[in-house]
Ligand binder design. Structure first.
Ligand SMILES: Cc1cc2nc3c(=O)[nH]c(=O)nc-3n(C[C@H](O)[C@H](O)[C@H](O)COP(=O)(O)OP(=O)(O)OC[C@H]3O[C@@H](n4cnc5c(N)ncnc54)[C@H](O)[C@@H]3O)c2cc1C
Length: 299
């Protein structure tokens, strides 16, 4: 399609969820415009795991294969830009971009992912995706049976400590300040031989992103080989508030089982609308969204 035509669907975000939706839309002969600014959340990870047929492949290679496959469908076009606003309403949306582009569409799909707010600990950013990781299913195998740390606290640390004991029996929870465990939680951790360290972290010492040592403000040191952390996040999709697109209590875009947001004509899929953070989930929900969009476009 020509980018100055009204698209059936503008997909904002051209990573796993967005490309998966664009594939389904292209194969349904639907005029689809994918706007993407090339910053997927997993870009610091050297390898992506646990996605069938692509286990251990570089994240950018998976995206490149996907984009090449989608680009074969003539009704799909791509724009490399940042969508900065979405206006209008169902069947008459307008998306504006940071370079002054203006694109119209009947429907919108948000596949924008989330923006991780990494803690301001020296060395953390350099290790993120390499030896500081968010998910044991994605990277836990590579560190199984190794000294393992969790940078978390409270109920979340309890849940993850239990889960990660599947991969390692040598676990320390670093609360980076006072811990918020109840006495009974501390008892459970003791029974499971999970240590708790409440010292404040001053820096992560690393070699090319491989964690060597955690240094604490009191001068202590510790040497887990991997650190799990689930950062806080922000939405990256523009205009959510002005459109009236509701978020749930955890901060995800609220969708129904068909990926419809609370705004008619706007769909969302991938990390922006689900805590199940995995390439396979983003691809599955992107594909489902395409099906639902085609159905709605026929009404
Ligand atoms: C460090 C790390 C490692 C991971 N490793 C694995 C793994 O090994 N296996 C696994 O299954 N999962 C892994 N994940 C999770 C997986 O990467 C995500 O679940 C997946 O990327 C979600 O896909 P998505 O399309 O929803 O979002 P993303 O992949 O984050 O893509 C969002 C896209 O939207 C674009 N975008 C956002 N806003 C705009 C805008 N306003 N205008 C234009 N474009 C925009 C971005 O540039 C980006 O290209 C990892 C995550 C992280 C953070």
């Amino acid at each position: 399609m020509q980018t100055n035509e009204t698209a059936d669907v503008i997909v904002i975000g051209g990573s796993y969820a967005g490309l998966s939706a664009a594939l389904g839309l292209g194969r349904s002969l639907r005029k689809t415009l994918v706007i993407d600014n090339g910053l997927p959340c997993n870009r610091t990870a050297p390898h992506s795991h646990n996605f069938l047929t692509q286990d251990g492949v570089e994240p950018s290679v998976i995206t490149a294969i996907g984009k090449a496959q989608v680009a074969k469908y003539p009704t799909v076009s791509f724009v490399d830009d940042t969508a900065v606003s979405i206006g209008g309403s169902d069947n008459n949306f307008l998306v504006e971009t940071s370079t002054g582009g203006s694109f119209s569409a009947r429907k919108i799909m948000l596949a924008t992912g989330i923006l991780d707010q990494l803690p301001a600990i020296k060395g953390f950013r350099e290790c993120w995706g390499k030896s500081v990781i968010h998910c044991p299913f994605c990277h836990g195998y590579e560190y199984h049976s190794r000294p393992t740390g969790l940078l978390m606290n409270g109920d979340h640390a309890m849940e993850m400590g239990n889960m990660i004991s599947n991969w390692s029996g040598d676990i320390t929870i670093y609360t980076n300040g006072p811990c918020s465990f109840t006495p009974s939680q501390l008892e459970i951790l003791q029974q499971k031989k999970i240590r708790v360290n409440v010292n404040r972290i001053s820096q992560l010492v690393h070699l090319d992103g491989q964690l060597q040592e955690i240094q604490f403000e009191n001068g202590d040191k510790d040497s887990p080989e991997v650190l799990y952390h689930r950062p806080l996040f922000e939405q990256k999709a523009p205009s959510l508030a002005s459109l009236g697109c509701e978020l749930d209590t955890a901060g995800y875009i609220r969708t129904d089982e068909f990926q419809r947001t609370t705004v008619p004509g706007i769909y969302a899929a991938g990390d922006n609308s689900s805590g199940f953070r995995a390439v396979s989930m983003a691809v599955a929900n992107g594909s489902k969204t395409a099906g639902m969009l085609v159905r709605e476009l026929l009404q």
